[in-house]
Ligand binder design. Structure first.
Ligand code: XUL
Length: 534
């Protein structure tokens, strides 16, 4: 039996999944998860973060992540009931942007981990900083401005690294650490991302960062997939030697360290470089070739796009990361997702069934009526002062408002993903609201593309395990090819049976309404511009 293990270290939990892949049988053989607040209460986290008096400061504990990895590996070894001697490879996904600061004592400690003692005991003394800033931190506005200025402005930084400076990105966080704790920075020999830190623990040696997660730092040259000297200089002195190398996402870091083999009776499986949760989700939602995007309809709505060129968003609201296939991906986030749909549902006293019926009972295009659905401040486009605007839309007409909110969301997604310039054939739809066919029909008509609902509960952990499989089955020979593995067919074979769009549930665009929405989308874009210029 060939087994592949994937982890996902998200903000609130660590999840593991084991895939069993045999000729004729491809299945998820085991899944388990630890929730930090409940299962590791001694770290005193609340929703996975260590409470801080300053609401802008959001940190977690690198020891908590190591401890969770140790304990979850124990669960996999003890409870999976699988013959783990067949374990071929392990990879992982982690929350992006978070950083871990280690001293020079880390490398020898990693090499000599003692299987008789818990991991966490052996790591406490190698931390240069006992807290890790994570992606929810918003305390580095001054550092963002300084970095952007030093590289020639926000557009220049975005062209170089794929994103303008964002508070949560690693570069601004490193600059703040250097400014506020220069001694701690001086003690730091290696700065890991959460992904490369956890991969290092598994391999028993410092692991590289992949271009997917590297692009979430404001430090990586997006086109070249290497650290960008100008961005490093703008961030902190002596940064280059402190960063892990950047290596292709299919790199085998090494064998599983003796610590894990002896402690849990595991074989010397290959440890494959980890990536960020969004790049892993790109794989877990099947976006492995041009012409596809995934739209996740969750609390926020998110688009993952596939890019064959390292293009960047001229408006500066989206991010571009490396894709684990060797190409690039976009991440565009719309804050008023389910949040806005729920506000409309509740305002008219509907349930989801009545919401769906209202959508069915109204004509596509809504007779030209429009809503700007900014119930909360919006990320894309950036709207700091929320407020819902209605144009030709009767606030008392429940059904028309239901249609207006859904149409607005789909048109905004279309408008703000147009910069990608990729021809679109199919959209993989995930998330709770993807169960509503009426919403998917609006999506298909607005984008003029087929929409396939996808049934993948945790695309990040699945993507991580599939990446482990891909690295050891699809990469020829021992040498890691530097060139992108563009062969989408290879990826399709890896995904088979795990990421299969439900083709019987495909929703097709209807030409008569595609043209209605082409006109309405122009009108929507004009209203959006007007509202933002006011
Ligand atoms: C992406 C981002 C989050 C984190 C947390 O830029 O900040 O999606 O990766 O999961």
């Amino acid at each position: 039996m060939s087994l592949y293990l994937g982890f996902d270290a998200s903000t609130q939990r660590l999840t593991a999944i084991v895939l069993s892949i045999e000729p004729g049988e491809r299945r998820v053989a085991f899944e388990a998860s630890l929730r930090f607040d409940d299962d590791l209460p001694e770290y005193h986290t609340v929703n996975g973060v260590v409470p801080d008096d300053d609401p802008l400061v959001v940190r977690s504990s690198p020891l908590l992540w190591a401890d969770a990895l140790d304990r979850l590996m124990a669960v996999v070894a003890r409870d999976s009931g699988l013959d783990l001697s067949g374990l071929q490879a392990i990879s992982g996904s982690a929350q992006q942007h978070g950083s871990v600061y280690l001293t020079a004592a880390a490398a020898p400690a990693l090499e000599r981990l003692d299987p008789r003692r818990p991991l966490v005991e052996q790591l406490a003394r190698v931390l240069a900083r006992d807290r890790s800033p994570i992606w929810m931190d918003a305390s580095t506005t001054a550092q963002c401005a300084a970095i952007e200025e030093a590289v020639g402005g926000p557009e220049a930084l975005a062209r170089l690294t794929g994103s303008r400076a964002f508070e949560r990105f690693t570069g601004p966080q490193i600059r703040k650490f250097f400014e506020t704790d220069p001694d701690g920075y001086a003690r730091t020999e290696r700065i890991h991302l959460v992904s490369s830190y956890l991969a290092s623990l598994l391999a028993g040696a410092h692991a590289p960062v992949d271009p997917g997660d590297g692009a979430g730092t404001n430090l990586m040259d997006l086109a070249e997939r290497r650290w960008a000297p100008a961005a490093l200089h703008a961030t902190a002195p002596g940064l280059a030697p402190r960063l892990p190398p950047i290596a292709p996402s299919w790199t085998v870091v090494g064998a599983l360290a003796p610590y894990w083999q002896e402690r849990y009776g595991l074989p010397p499986a290959r440890v494959v470089v980890w990536s960020g949760d969004n790049p892993c989700s790109l794989i877990g939602t099947g976006i492995v070739r041009p012409g596809r995007v995934a739209i996740s309809l969750g609390t926020s709505d998110t688009i993952f796009g596939y890019l064959t060129e390292p293009r960047v968003d001229p408006s500066g609201t989206s991010h571009v990361f490396g894709a684990p296939t060797g190409d690039w991906m976009s991440l565009i986030c719309f804050r008023n997702g389910s949040l806005a749909r729920e506000r409309v549902r509740d305002a008219y006293g509907l349930d989801w069934g009545a919401f769906a019926r209202a959508l069915d009972a109204t004509p596509p295009g809504n007779g030209g009526a429009l809503m700007l659905p900014w119930f909360e401040p919006e990320i894309t486009p950036q709207v700091l002062t929320p407020g819902v605007r209605r144009v030709g839309l009767d606030p008392a007409d429940a059904a028309a408002n239901v249609r207006a909110v859904v149409e607005a969301q789909m048109m905004a997604m279309r408008i703000h993903s147009a910069w990608m310039g990729e021809r679109l054939e199919v959209i993989h739809a995930t998330g709770g609201a993807a169960a509503n066919r009426g919403i998917l029909q609006v999506m298909a008509d607005v984008f003029g593309a087929e929409v396939c609902p996808l049934d993948v509960p945790n695309s990040a952990v699945l993507g991580a395990a599939l990446r482990a499989c891909h690295a050891v089955t699809a990469v020829p020979g021992d040498r890691v090819p530097e060139v992108p593995l563009r062969t989408a067919d290879v990826w399709e074979r890896v995904l088979e049976g795990f990421v299969t769009p439900r083709s019987e549930a495909t929703v097709r665009p209807r030409p008569e309404y595609v043209s209605v929405y082409a006109a309405l989308t122009k009108a929507y874009a004009a209203r959006e511009r007007e509202a933002r210029n006011r």
